[in-house]
Design a protein around this ligand. Sequence first.
Ligand code: PLP
Length: 355
Amino acid sequence: MIHNFNAGPSILPRQVFEQASEAVIDFNETGLSILEIGHRTPLFKPVLAEARALVKELMQLDDDHEVLFLHGGATTQFFQVPMNLLNEEETAAYLDCGVWGSKPIKEAPLFGKVKVVASSKDKDYSYIPKNFDIPSNAVYFHYTSNNTIEGTQMHDIPSTGVPLVADMSSDILSRAMDFNRFDLIYAGAQKNIGAAGVTMVVVNRNILGRVKRQLPSMMDYRKHIEAESMLNTPPVFSIYVCMLTLRWLKEQGGVAAIEKINHRKAALLYETLDRLPVFRTKVDKSDRSKMNVVFVIDNPDLEKAFTELCNNEGMVGVKGHRSVGGFRVSLYNALPLSSVQALAELMQHFATKHG
Ligand SMILES: *Cc1c(COP(=O)(O)O)cnc(C)c1O
């Protein structure tokens, strides 16, 4: 029995793996593989249309918000966002709250001025900065809603007074929120909604068309909107896997229903960590992530012993990010509660033996 706690690419629902593998051999009983059909054919177009419609439905988006499936990963969005939204003489505000959150701050100055409104780098990004001021002339405010590496999460949508942009790569569709409050949301699919190779972008069409610079077509959100997310050959198979995962999420009862399960998974794991002194979390309690749980074992011999125990017991992907060390357990939507229960039991067993 394998329990997959990988941080990304990560676990997807079993039925998605089965349906996706079936489609590689025989897509919708056509005798053709999903990998050998034209993207503009009546076979594939409904897949893209359904994926976009499911995102709109699950996120309860209004008509101003467009859904795109693009190439280049979330990392491309680090520069595509300022390229589309920020003029050279203008300022964009950024929150520096994690390793991932620090990366777009390095890209945006290629296009305009950047104001870092707050940073938690002083304490290794172990908390989310609060009570920061956003300049009222900022053309947008950018933040990372969940810090995948450090295990912190912004639990409320910040009130900003300026257009809101968020990197939701590692907690997209994991909890109910008013997604219409955002002007732009992006997420690499490989954490919570599908296979690597595609990035979901939700954009309010009203914030586009302000920048003076010429944009290469592939970088221009408006061109992608016009082409209904088919400006060139889209990542067909990755989009198909997203569509299947979104269908699965809808079957589970949607975002509010999965949020309840995600809450139970995180509560069980944190409760176990807090109860057992051999494990320690460095993250501020109020900012704990429900998607990525990061912890350490201070004694190096015990750290090694726990790593081996996890390996022997089929607990995959519990090693912390190389920049942080320790352990990281990812609890994305598709991870069943039973896997967290198995891990919690293992931790209890370990603590009893070494306590
Ligand atoms: C994984 C991750 C990224 C990077 O995504 P790519 O698709 O590999 O570019 C960016 N931001 C966050 C929050 C992530 O977790």
